[in-house]
Design a protein around this ligand. Structure first.
Ligand code: 1GP
Length: 255
C-alpha cells in the first residue's frame, strides 16, 4: 500500500501562520522562453509555492511540472481545473471541492475518478473548499464547472459556505474571483470568513498590484494567488515578495 505523503506544506502553513503568496502558472499561457524567464525571477525572489493548472488546458500539465521541478526548489502543487490535470511528479495537489456550486461532479464525482491515482502517487493532498465569488463577469471556471458563484455582496452566504467546508473537514478555504477578474474578492467578505473559520484562507483572482495584495492580506488572507499580473509583468514578482517579507517582519503572527 502506498502511504500518502505527510502533509508537509500544509503542516508548515498551519504551524506558522505567516503571509504567503503563490504564483499560478497556466501551462497554456507560457512559451518555453517566458517560462524560463519567470523561473529565473522565481529563483531570485521566490514565492512560497508554485501552483500549476487552468480551467481548460491544451497542453499536458506534466511537462510543465517536470520542467518546474527541475528548475525550482519551492513546492510545486497542482491546482486542477479538471481530472485530466494530475501528475505524480508534483509535490502535491489542492484537491478542490467546489462547495459554492451544486454540481455533483465537482463535489465528489471527479474525486472518485482521481482518488486511486492520487493514492498511488503518494503526493501531498490538501482537501480544499473552493468557493467561486461573483466578480461582475462570467469566468472560465464558472462556465467549465457549470456552477453559479456566490453573489459579490452576500457575505452571509459566503461565511455559511466556508463554515460548512470547515465542518466537513476541508483544510483550506479558497475564495476565487476567477482568473483575470476585474474585481477581486471583497475585503469585507475575506475578513468575515477569516474571523469565522480556523483553517487558512486562500484568495485569488484579479489581484493585480502590490496595493491589491496588501489590502487582501490585511483583510485576513493567509495565502494569495497571483497569475495574470505576473504573466503580464513578471518583474512585479519582486514587489510581491518584498511585500510578503515586510508584512511578516512587522505583523504579529496569527494562530
Ligand atoms: C487563482 O484564478 C486565480 O485563484 C488567478 O487569478 O490570474 O487573476 O491572478 P489571476
Amino acid at each position: 500500500m502506498v502511504l500518502q505523503k505527510m502533509s508537509t506544506f500544509y503542516q508548515d502553513i498551519v504551524s506558522n501562520r505567516k503571509k504567503r503568496f503563490a504564483l499560478l502558472i497556466d501551462p497554456d499561457k507560457h512559451s518555453k522562453a517566458s517560462l524560463s524567464h519567470l523561473i529565473s525571477l522565481v529563483n531570485v525572489t521566490p514565492p512560497d509555492i508554485l501552483l500549476v493548472g487552468g480551467s481548460l488546458l491544451f497542453n499536458p500539465i506534466e511537462d510543465t511540472i517536470i520542467y518546474l521541478k527541475e528548475h525550482v526548489s519551492i513546492p510545486v502543487f497542482i491546482f486542477p481545473g479538471d481530472v485530466s490535470q494530475l501528475s505524480d511528479k508534483a509535490d502535491g495537489i489542492f484537491l478542490l471541492s467546489l462547495i459554492s456550486g451544486r454540481n455533483a461532479e465537482f463535489l465528489i464525482g471527479n474525486h472518485v475518478i482521481a482518488a486511486p491515482r492520487l493514492k498511488q502517487s503518494g503526493i501531498e493532498v490538501i482537501p480544499t473548499a473552493y468557493m467561486l465569488i461573483e466578480n461582475g463577469h462570467s469566468t472560465s471556471v464558472e462556465y467549465m464547472s457549470n456552477t453559479k458563484p456566490i453573489p459579490y455582496g452576500k457575505t452571509d452566504l459566503a461565511v455559511a459556505t466556508a463554515l460548512a467546508g470547515e465542518l466537513l473537514g476541508l483544510k483550506l478555504i479558497y475564495l476565487e474571483a476567477g482568473s483575470g477578474a476585474a474585481k477581486s474578492v471583497g475585503l469585507d467578505m475575506i475578513n468575515e470568513i477569516q474571523k469565522a473559520v480556523n483553517v487558512p484562507v486562500v484568495v485569488g483572482g484579479g489581484i493585480r498590484s502590490v496595493e491589491d495584495a496588501e489590502k487582501t492580506f490585511d483583510a485576513g488572507a493567509d495565502l494569495i494567488v497571483i497569475g495574470t499580473a505576473l504573466e503580464e509583468y513578471p518583474e512585479q514578482l519582486k514587489e510581491f515578495a518584498n511585500l510578503r517579507n515586510r508584512l511578516n517582519s512587522t505583523s504579529p503572527l496569527r494562530g
